[in-house]
Ligand binder design. Sequence first.
Ligand SMILES: Cc1ncc(COP(=O)(O)O)c(C=O)c1O
Length: 396
Amino acid sequence: MISKKFKDMCNTPSVIRALAGYANERGKEIGYENVFDYTLGNPSVPVPEEFNKALRDLTAELPSSALHGYSPNPGNPEVRSIIAESLKRRFGIPYEQKHIFMTSAAASALAHAVRCVTEPGDEVLTFAPFFPEYNPYINQSGAVLKVVPANTEDFQINFEAFEEMMNEKVQAVLINTPNNPSGIAYSSATLKKLADFLYAKQEEYGHEIFLISDEPYREIVFKGADAPYVSTFYDNTISCYSYSKSLSIPGERIGYVAVNPKAKDADMLVPMCVQVSRGIGHNCPSSIIQMATARCVDMTSDLSVYETNMNLLYDEFVKLGFTVVKPGGTFYIFPKALEDDAVAFCEKAKKYDLIFVPSDSFGVPGYFRAAYCIDTEKVKRSLPVLEKFVKEVYGK
Ligand SMILES: Cc1ncc(COP(=O)(O)O)c(C=O)c1O
């Protein structure tokens, strides 16, 4: 008999993927250049040339078994040391090789982290708006994801609601900063308050509460934004990093778990990740991609286009009277829809070939997400269309 759970999940496919599929189909009809596809968070800027060079050099330098063989379960030891050194240099935390576990990007880092710090039935709290894939990432581990309502004022943490939802069953808190979909980075003040609160709750409950920090957008931070490194605030932090967005290599599936050396049982967590891997069939990312990434460890793609696009869209949304919080990073913006029903709003926008994602699956009704990892030229061409849509449909 086939699994009922996974069969049922087929009936609730990702809204984002469904809309991206629609945009593609529409592109076949009218030409993709005429579809303003703001759906997918797929990086639009090329990988740094150094990454391609590293691949070429590695294939020339190393034998086939080193390039294409299995790496040790926690990842290539040299690569882990290079990453630990880089984090230490940049953020002042004394990471060592033993604190780094190589993963197939952030999705896999999160799958490992949550399994290491929860038992089935434990609660994991996250904050709306949140990346909808957290539902399968967390719930399939046996832990239960609960979502703290948003602070729509500025999309920092809603501490009042958080306090209400906190209870002894919570073993982990999952945050994502800079955030998909709001684009907001948690400020130093927010992270300090969060850390103080978690330290107090650990004391009260007599058990650790781990902070799982999902950081695929750590390097995409805009001018003037206060976007500090999470782990410096709270010892029991497990950072989940991905090179998908910073190096524009989402298809290569590479990232890592970095355990704060001061975390409880810090030396156990990477060996435990290895055991998790055995159970979920992960078994280490590609060897050659690990090595190529290590050669570009402090590099990023040219990410400046995202800030250019953000400013164009933000100014336009403000001009047209949208309520919108200015993003501090990522390549997302999250304005309030012009009617309560965000699905209806996005359906109407579709008639103008403006493809936005309604906010319901992000845990906040009445908003929509625009992923602006597209050409600036296309963003510019979309602005008069947006203006026309708002004028014709909402009379603004
Ligand atoms: C917030 C967030 N977390 C995790 C992921 C997973 O990305 P990856 O597994 O490619 O690192 C994404 C992808 O868009 C994301 O936006």
